[in-house]
Ligand binder design. Sequence first.
Ligand code: GLU
Length: 445
Amino acid sequence: MESVRVRFAPSPTGMFHIGSARTALFNWLYARHTGGAFILRIEDTDAARNKPEYVDVILQGLKWLGMDADEGPQPDGSIKGDKGPYFQSQRGEIYKKYVDRLLAEGKAYESDGAIRFRVPKTPIDVPDLICGDRQIDRANEPDLVIQRKDGSPVFHLVNVVDDIEMNVTHVIRGEDHLSNTHKHLALIEAFGAKAPHYAHIPLILNPNGSKMSKRDVGASIADYKEQGYLHEAVRNYLCLLGWSPKDNREVLPIEEVIAKFDLPQVNRSNAHFDLNKLFWINGEYFRAASIEALEPLAVEILQKGGVLPESYDPAYFRAALSIVKEKIKLGRELPEWMGYFFREDFEFEEAAVKKVFTPEGLGHLAQLRVRLATLDATKFNAADLEAEFKALAAAIGQKVGALIHPARLAVSGRSVGPSLYHLLEVLGRERVLARIDRAEQKFSK
Ligand code: GLU
């Protein structure tokens, strides 16, 4: 069997859009599933709209999502493969040869300075592995412009020539190109080449059913990184936009997706973008992620947010992160959830102060302070602290919550947070006692 060669062929005209990323991903998955090659080809013939920095946005996005190309430009600026150049702007000679061939064979002609391809007027079969096979009636199909007056080749021509030259076996791309496919097949036939298999992926729609555009929330891959999404979570979510393992699971290791992914199973109907689902999946990945994996991301976000000092105690930082990560779904939440670990002048939630630091609440806090002061540092761990809280609550005839709420507010300024006993353990005895003292001073009248 021929070995699979697929390509992702973006036009670098702006941000790396979620729809493009999903197209790249389905190509990459299919290449990895079949042991074939994943080619990256930059379709940059439209000089007015393409910019080199947009190529970089795509390369960085692919890198972030872990989709390594076997051929084509690499994120470090190098280029892999011998079927290049992989930038269409550098392939003018190749396209010219193909146009000349059609002219020489009478399959194309000049008209008003442009070159047109003679489209046969017979019906043509357009097979598609996802959308199903169709037949197109070409009785009224106009001849196709393949080279403009200014000598520049047209998208349909360069796209087809490159698929032939690069020995592409499967064209997996967005459904917006479905209506072009009969034109591409006609050109391939004229060149006497073997047609690739086509697989058009349905669109991604907004929750309201409109087509997802550049301006919609969630459209830009770079934004996900910026907001502290985990790349594995975003990639996992993208897999589900048109594909599923058919057993209702949504959190899937990529190795499993690679093992199961196949083209005929890609969903025929449009995918619906659901930010809540992505958010939930990200939370699952956050919880499951190792501290080592999260640390670089967390440090970056916290230092950008002005919350983590340049130099910090790594063991303390990791301990804090390990209890907070259970509670949050997104890196962007970290500054709010972790600020009080690294500063003593944290703010107090006003509503919680009113509700919790009543004379009674402050009384309980004072009793707790006395009790905690008797504990030595070795007993300042979650299990022993829990036992102390429970014993004190029983002794003063209160529910344990009567101690927990004032304690949490005193040490963090917040009414919600990680498990309190773990929080106290991580903060440590000295910090906890000092913070309780300050809260008592500040809020007792
Ligand atoms: N440059 C085209 C696009 O970005 C690629 C079409 C194709 O994959 O064949 O839509």
